[in-house]
Write a protein that binds this ligand. Sequence first.
Ligand SMILES: *Cc1c(COP(=O)(O)O)cnc(C)c1O
Length: 344
Amino acid sequence: MYEKIEEQFASDNYSQICPEVLEKIIESNNDYAPAYGNDYYTKYAADKLRELFEIDCEVFFVFNGTAANSLSLASLCNSYHSIICSDVAHIETDECGAPEFFSNGAKLLVGNSNNGKLTPEEISHFATKRDDIHYPKPKVISITQSTELGTVYTIEELKAIKEVANKYNLYIQMDGARFANAVASLDCKPADITWKVGVDVLCFSGTKNGMAMGEVVIFFNKDLAEDFDYRCKQAGQLASKMRFISAQWIGLLENDLWRKNAEHANAMAKYFEKRIKEIDNISIKFPVESNSVFVEMTEDMVTKLRTKKWLFYSFIGLGGGRFVFSWNTTKERIDKIIEDILGK
Ligand SMILES: *Cc1c(COP(=O)(O)O)cnc(C)c1O
């Protein structure tokens, strides 16, 4: 028997499709459309994205984030190159070697992160570590905005990274699985934290913002997009009924829904943080700057929450949990988890 699962904070991809997005899927289901992206919805969504980013850029729709990251990185480097990223980067910890696979062997140079962020010093260290032919040549800096630990690079920090990139002739790729949350957190324009600070390519996630599935790869540096459509096709990422991905984007882009969804998720993270801070023997591990909150708690608390059917990722040995908030998170449910933490 199917048992309905109550609202959870394990990840923002546990949540539903938001109604405005679902409506667009239904609307785009009203008639026939050319396949493989040669349809009205895909062209319109791409134009809306160009408008949002205030620049003429190359836009590609793919199914998921692993592909968006791997394929964009592969287009920025050759097999003998390397990619500088942080030790908590999704490309390092959660993509099953896909970036290395799709780039035919480019190596990830994994630096220590400062609360999830890669620092200019760490990037410089890897960029200058070796200059001989026996080591893969650094070519790309990959940063995640907002980071895997829920922190956000400030515009100043991004500018400092761009300086290092210029100095060592490195491209910048941005994993924007939670890009919307970063924009909402900084209260800036998407352009302010992308091409204006030298980001060459952005992987912008719709999935974690309220879509069923879908990411968009945006090349601000248009030269790097050469043949990217072939790369997507070869990797099995060219959707034949692409309109059902792109139409969803229209749902998010109209009326700035992507930003509203992110603002809500961020606000819920802040509310959860506030409630957690009222409790003894439990603490917040990283600054709460987007929609994820990492909590340090006792094994007993973890077990208690699991017994009460709460689903969340925990870090074995560290005795903690990660809680991620979505476009439709309710305060009532946050109050419920707090009650369960406090209860017997
Ligand atoms: C979720 C996520 C992705 C994308 O993951 P997929 O499951 O491949 O869609 C990429 N980067 C980060 C930081 C993520 O959290």
